[in-house]
Design a protein around this ligand. Structure first.
Ligand SMILES: N[C@@H](CCC(=O)N[C@@H](CS)C(=O)NCC(=O)O)C(=O)O
Length: 216
């Protein structure tokens, strides 16, 4: 059986859980020994990051590489468009998510606990988040998902990010204006049958994580 090194609260892990659910794969989730980045885990996965997979000794890290690998070895249902330009656009959005949007969300993590919160940082990071959402609104044309009705690799990353945005909005009372097409996209995404259960589980993991941070 496929092993997934993962933790319930991992956003990139959530992306792979949605891919695996959509591909109807069986897998077992294993926490990285001694935590991610630990010497014990780096012996297995040199980058020390989660998610990572082990398929009969073939080990692979990086959510995007994993998602594309799974899409190539399990052809149905396909998670990338066939047309080269559509395919490239979906990859562009997925990389925009991973390299431009998600890091801005991650930057809030150190400020969730009131003990370590810096309001000036939160305000400036929110301006950056607004900028990224506006950019996404220009790049993507959800109808209702990023590529019509077909769930793609790019959609999978947004499951955790929309959950994170909602959670962070509550924690920091963020003054965000999420463009209307993106709001409609989120509504369609979380209703997708391959997303629903993973989305609910991710919200639950986030709630416990935030509750722990607020009680630190
Ligand atoms: N580009 C990587 C990023 C993964 C990532 O940063 N994962 C976090 C946890 S959600 C992690 O492992 N951090 C540990 C570290 O950076 O050492 C991916 O897409 O898998």
């Amino acid at each position: 059986m496929l092993t997934l090194y993962d933790l319930p609260v991992s956003s990139y892990g959530c992306k792979i859980r949605v891919v695996m659910t959509h591909k109807q794969l069986d897998w077992r989730s294993v926490p990285p020994p001694d935590g991610y980045g630990s010497p014990a885990y780096c012996k297995i996965i040199p980058s020390g990051t989660i998610p990572a997979i082990d398929q009969d000794g073939f080990r692979l890290a990086d959510s995007e590489a994993i998602a594309e690998y799974l899409d190539e070895i399990i052809a149905s249902p396909p998670m990338l468009p066939v047309d080269p330009q559509d395919r490239a656009r979906i990859r562009e959005i997925s990389r925009f998510h991973d390299t431009r949007l998600e890091p801005v969300l991650r930057a809030y993590f150190a400020h969730v606990s009131p003990e370590t919160r810096n309001r000036t940082f939160v305000t400036s990071n929110t301006k950056m988040l607004q900028k990224r959402l506006n950019q996404l609104d220009q790049i993507a044309s959800p109808a209702p998902l990023l590529y019509g009705d077909q769930l793609t690799i790019a959609d999978c990353g947004f499951v955790a990010s929309f959950a994170l945005i909602a959670t962070l909005q509550d924690v920091f009372s963020l003054d965000l204006n999420i463009p209307k097409p993106l709001q409609a996209y989120e509504r369609a995404l979380v209703m997708h049958p391959s997303v629903e259960k993973q989305n609910a589980a991710y919200h639950e993991a986030l709630s416990s994580w935030v509750a722990n941070k607020l009680n630190d």
